[in-house]
Design a protein around this ligand. Sequence first.
Ligand code: ADP
Ligand code: MG
Length: 333
Amino acid sequence: VSVINKIAAGEIVIAPVNALKEMMENSIDAKATMIDVLVKEGGIKLLQITDNGSGINKEDLPILCERFTTSKLAIFEDLSKIETFGFRGEALASISHIARVTVTTKTEKDECAWKASFSEGKMLGDPKPVAGKTGTIITVEDLFYNIPSRLKALRSPADEFNKILDVIGRYSINNDNVGFSCKKFGDSKVALMIKSDLSKKDRVRIIFGAHVSTKLMELHIDVTNDVEKNGLLSASGLITNLDFTNKKPIQPAFFINGRLVSCDPMRRSFNQIYSTFLPKGNKSFMYLALTIRPQNVDVNIHPTKREVRFLHEEEIIDALAFQLQEKLASIDT
Ligand code: ADP
Ligand code: MG
């Protein structure tokens, strides 16, 4: 069973950034307003996420890393009505099968924090009382210590670190009530600092540079009855009509129901529109956050397969593309 768990976990987490993404989402779900990330050797040696969220009850610690342990299923009986996004209660379990996990956590009502270590889904020993603030610190050490092939397949620590910075940056744009920081272990200064009161636009400037943020415009999509019928509940984002011919292209940042996703059909459709506005079809920067009726989003999608599927995809993308086109046409360059 342990081998099967290990293999399954190695498919859920293929690089440090996948583990980080899951843990950041947990912090955001726990209503954190500050998330600090500490990284050693591209996250392979150490990946530590500190948040000031709700914390975890001491009684919940023993099963924390067991599969399907989740506090987020609104309705158990009716799977079609689950208000959460797919895949539940597997992230920490998976991570504990391929790394050494330590959790230090304190809720508002606890007098001290509790610290526990986990391996292969199980808690090792009893939680120990320690000093600490309300919130959670999750430490993931020696990722893939038991899967040498995965370890070999990783990019250099510098590359893995850049992937981590990129994903933190993207989540910070989508969660503009939350502050984020990222630091390399041993460095005195932070690699990224996003204060919680910064606007989305300021976040884009810090993350991607002033050339991206200067002409950034808000995009609010009207969700007409027609679109709503198709399950699209809200859509907003940031676009710019600047052309980055001489700059590094930036992948679009698409979020669906709070998760960073890829959506090739959407990307292709928007690129086509951009190409009519920008010379040589150069892509520009785009951030788009969609809320789609949860039961319409494919819940079986694998967490690292970022490519997302949802019902009425074509109709929704067409409606979005149409409004993107109108917005781009309405601005002068
Ligand atoms: P899921 O997020 O799908 O519930 P996870 O494996 O990611 O599954 O997390 C399991 C559970 O652990 C969560 O449901 C939540 O109750 C708890 N948890 C994990 N991380 C945190 C955190 N940073 N703050 C508070 N609770 C957390
Ligand atoms: Mg989670």
